[in-house]
Ligand binder design. Structure first.
Ligand code: ADP
Length: 399
């Protein structure tokens, strides 16, 4: 079973070719600067790398270039695109329509088009990716795996905003949450790592450029930090996270800017970048802090403090905790952020072992002390595997 995994963004796309049954990745890569010029970065045969400059006026040329790179020349890993059994698409917003992965049909595409107002940047690119694959690989099944699906189990009192109720009934204004494939993967791994099989109370901190926390009870999400859009919740690389509506309105008045400009600031110029004034990349900001830059220190402390507040809130929402999980570039690699988040949480049963925390490893591991009542796990996420495996499952059901 060979699955071509596609994650189409507005000006870039990521891909992988994977056999989910044996969890083997044959190739992966990235097309950047679509619509500008075009660069294809291809990795194949366990670490060999290739960079190609290819003209990519649209996503179609980009996907054509990827398929050609997979099947011909130096980066070739398969003889023909006929070797691909199915295509798995990362789809960002499934609204309330999709609570699991689905075979892409005309109806699914129609529904995703209807949901474009909820994700105006992401859903059009995802749909385009699906339509291009249908055209370039006719007859091959396409499966949509939604970022929002895992969070559809949240109870109404967790996902509702306390706005007038008809804002929900008329427009679907509520919390949806994102990074669902990662929260699903990590919480599922954590459940297997726990001795306990029932009433498993897990908090997952997915900390990358985009970050979110979720509370997962017995494998089902009961709350998550992102909202109708990804700007809500934690402070992120360039996103502000939670900001009061009054502060937003006041900034718009003072700066004489529109709501679109204000949201652009909140999505692209805030967070770690906005506070540090240096970078959206936590590594660079940690370096700045070590060199005595006080705004970098502030950014790091704010990041950790915000995560800690959500963790505490979700431990309360779950009536306790069995495992706190860290994942994503920051969660998997920054011992300092993990240390600050876990400090003082002994009363909640979370007792971090400093030696285990500081050891550089890349596998799933427990970094709590042996005597800690609850576990603290670092679990590398694998969203591509979830997409490939769901694609395999959906395709197997229709066969
Ligand atoms: P994305 O959300 O784009 O997939 P990643 O999950 O790769 O992002 O996370 C990127 C973030 O992880 C960046 O802020 C980067 O600085 C941070 N990061 C990666 N390695 C380390 C490290 N060793 N220490 C601290 N932060 C790290």
């Amino acid at each position: 079973m060979l699955v071509f995994i596609l994650n189409a963004g507005s000006s870039s796309l990521k891909y992988q070719l994977m056999n989910p049954i044996i969890k083997k990745v044959f190739a992966s890569g990235l097309c950047e600067r679509i619509g500008i010029d075009g660069v294809l970065k291809h990795e194949y045969n366990d670490g060999k790398k290739l960079t190609l400059e290819v003209s990519m006026p649209t996503h179609k040329e980009a996907i054509e270039a990827v398929l050609s790179t997979l099947t011909t020349g130096e980066g070739k890993v398969i003889d023909s695109i006929n070797d691909i059994d199915a295509i798995g698409h990362r789809a960002v917003h499934g609204g309330e329509e999709f609570s699991g992965s689905v075979l892409v049909t005309d109806r699914v595409i129609e529904t995703m088009k209807r949901l474009i107002p909820l994700a105006p940047l992401h859903n059009p690119a995802n749909i385009l990716g699906m339509e291009i694959c249908q055209e370039l690989m006719p007859g091959k099944p396409n499966v949509a795996v939604f970022d929002t699906a895992f969070h559809q189990t949240m109870p109404d009192y967790a996902y509702m905003y306390a706005l007038p109720y008809d804002q929900y009934t008329k427009h679907g204004i509520r919390k949806y949450g994102f990074h669902g494939t990662s929260h699903y993967f990590v919480s599922n791994e954590a459940r297997q790592m726990l001795d306990k099989k029932y009433n498993t109370r897990i908090v997952v901190c997915h900390l990358g450029n985009g970050s979110s926390v979720s509370a997962v009870l017995d494998g089902k999400c009961i709350d998550t930090s992102m909202g109708l859009t990804p700007v809500q919740g934690l402070m992120m690389g360039t996103r502000s996270g939670d900001v009061g509506a009054g502060a937003l309105q006041y900034m718009m008045t003072q700066e004489k800017i529109s709501i679109d400009d204000a949201l652009n600031i909140m999505n692209k110029e805030s967070g770690i970048l906005g506070i540090s004034g240096k970078s959206s990349d936590l590594r660079e900001v940690l370096e700045g802090m070590q060199n005595g830059d006080d705004r970098c220190r502030l950014a790091v402390e704010m990041v950790a403090y915000n995560i800690k507040k959500y963790v505490g809130g979700y431990v309360a929402a779950l009536d306790g905790i069995d495992a706190l999980c860290f994942t994503g570039g920051i969660g998997e690699n920054s011992a300092l952020i993990r240390e600050i988040v876990c400090s003082g949480l002994d009363g909640m049963g979370l007792n971090l072992d400093p030696t285990k925390n500081n050891k550089r490893r890349h596998d799933a591991r427990d970094i709590a002390t042996n005597s800690s009542t609850s576990r603290i796990f670092v679990i590398p996420t694998n969203e591509e595997y979830v997409i490939a495996n769901d694609t395999f499952k959906v395709v197997s059901e229709i066969r």
